[in-house]
Design a protein around this ligand. Structure first.
Ligand code: PGA
Length: 245
């Protein structure tokens, strides 16, 4: 199976011109990488600046609202995103859960809406530092409870799951490939019981320096990359590493 790399730009860069330039540079890397799928998830306001630059790389959104159109101030619906040929949507990122109080119930509605709309959901899950301190079993219990709630009513579908331990996101302290691989195997077994076909990624402080450990691991299907996806040279190195695995 091809590896999947998703660039999560978060609230970056600062202007549409920069977003378009960065997208063009990453598109060049994506065009060379025949054995790797690349997705760029810019902020909503830059979707139209980034879309024309992409031919091989696919467009992703960083969120999606579950209703169609209507009185939902500040939201961007799945229906609107389809007009930008948005192929993927990141859902339930821990920054949204923490900063804007997104609940598992909301995440579940978004997953179901994305599946209805034909947009590939990228469900983000992962435990906090406090939970991890209690041990691997506690972390697995937490991840399993997120999967149960976030995927309520989802059976026999295809989606992407990103295992992103919260303590590894943006901290420069990634999980180890072996420990991430173990959690991903646990997630894979949960999904298999529901006949859900998933590509399962690792995310959290992936850089050009440490990417090989994750991308060479046969149980890890790719990476969700934040900070390093804003540096075109570094992200293109990560694409090359994924492609030669
Ligand atoms: P990071 O972010 O690579 O900057 O740690 C990953 C993410 O939040 O998706």
């Amino acid at each position: 199976m091809k590896k999947l790399l998703i660039a999560n730009w978060k609230a970056n860069p600062d202007a549409p011109g920069r977003a378009a330039r960065l997208a063009k540079q990453i598109e060049r890397g994506a065009a060379r990488a025949k054995k790797t799928d690349v997705v760029i998830a810019p902020p909503f306001v830059f979707l139209s600046a980034v879309a024309p630059a992409l031919r091989h790389a696919k467009l992703g959104a960083q969120d999606l609202f579950w209703e169609d159109t209507g009185p939902y101030t500040g939201e961007v619906s799945w229906h609107q995103l389809r007009h930008f040929r948005t192929a993927y949507a990141i859902i339930g990122h821990s920054e949204r859960r923490r900063l804007v109080g997104e609940t598992d119930g909301m995440v579940n509605k978004k997953i179901l809406a994305a599946l209805r709309a034909g947009i590939m959901p990228v469900l983000c899950i992962g435990e906090s530092k406090e939970t991890r301190r209690k041990g691997v079993a506690a972390a697995k219990r937490f991840v399993e409870s997120q999967l149960k709630k976030d995927l309520a009513g989802v059976h026999a579908r295809s989606l992407v799951v990103a295992y992103e331990p919260i303590w590894a996101i943006g901290t420069g302290i990634p999980d180890s490939p072996a420990s991430a691989g173990d959690m991903i195997e646990f997630i894979r077994r949960f999904l298999a019981k529901r006949r859900i076909a998933a590509r399962i990624l690792y995310g959290g402080s992936v850089t050009a320096e440490n990417a090989r450990g994750f991308l060479d691991h046969k149980g890890i299907d790719g990476a969700l990359v934040g900070g390093a996806s804003l540096k075109e040279k570094e992200f293109n190195i990560i694409i090359t590493i994924a492609n030669h695995g």
